[in-house]
Write a protein that binds this ligand. Sequence first.
Ligand code: ATP
Length: 317
Amino acid sequence: MPHATAGGPGRIHGDGSVTAHAPAKVNVHLGVGPLRADGFHELTTVYLAVSLLDSVTVWPDEGLSVTVTGEGADGSVPTDSRNLVWQAAELLARHAGVRPDAALHVDKSIPAAAGLAGGSADAAAALVALDALWGTHCTRGDLAGLAARLGSDVPFSLVGGTALGTGRGEQLSPVLSRHRTDWVLGIAGDGLSTPTVYRELDRLRDAGDLPPDSVAGPADDVLTALRGGDAGELAARLANDLQAPAVHLRPELRRALGVMTGAGCLGALVSGSGPTVAGLLPDADAAEETAAALAASGAFRAVRAVHGPVPGARLAG
Ligand code: ATP
């Protein structure tokens, strides 16, 4: 791939490449309603963008190609049209009436199938980078419309910060919460498929092992806690309806949650559909110290100290 060099005002580097970054997310609240007729669940979720970033670099080429380094480069992340960055490129090209000609390189720090919306982050970064490369001059509204067609979490990956998501999660309202929150992410060895976790939720509800509707409920309390900026209050409000089915599928997640709280986290929850576990800490020093202790415990494949909120997909440089 070309080296990123100068980086002019248009963010197109001297070698013609463009790079964009996009963040992972944690759902500090994930309320899942009953299954809808269209096969989706009605969600009430509060997304928080955190400081674990993937980058997507694009440059002119004939046709489309995708390469991946970092997390998932062992083959678990596809490099063909199944990759969301490929789909983002085709969608943007069709929308703008240009030829889908670009090489895309994804450098992943966000583990794949971890409940951190890594693929969605990459799709959002690809839209932003290709819009600059192809000079398609899309508005943020145009990009948000394309993002929603790529996946439920992609619109949030584009805007970042803190947002309330409804519908499939793609209908966003910004949340006024400027307070920094500090977290540790405990990443398990093997990914969990999001559809499998939703199916397990439906199964447990049908069997009467879980109530038929959301236990997490509406997001009012967590939104109040976020506005107030008290980490202890926020910790008490963390809720995720996908946690029970994720723990059912991966019983070791129960222990992982216990390890987090035992290590000093104010609260911990499964992130999205898992298997990543997110623990909330009072400040950045505590997050760094707890991350080091958790890494030494061997309970996780990897541990990261992160903070939020951070911006969504942005051009680098
Ligand atoms: P969700 O957004 O549903 O919570 P997740 O964060 O758990 O998903 P992702 O990292 O987005 O999981 O990956 C889910 C699956 O999507 C992967 O197993 C992979 O097959 C596919 N995929 C497509 N494009 C990408 C990409 N750029 N990065 C990672 N996975 C991708």
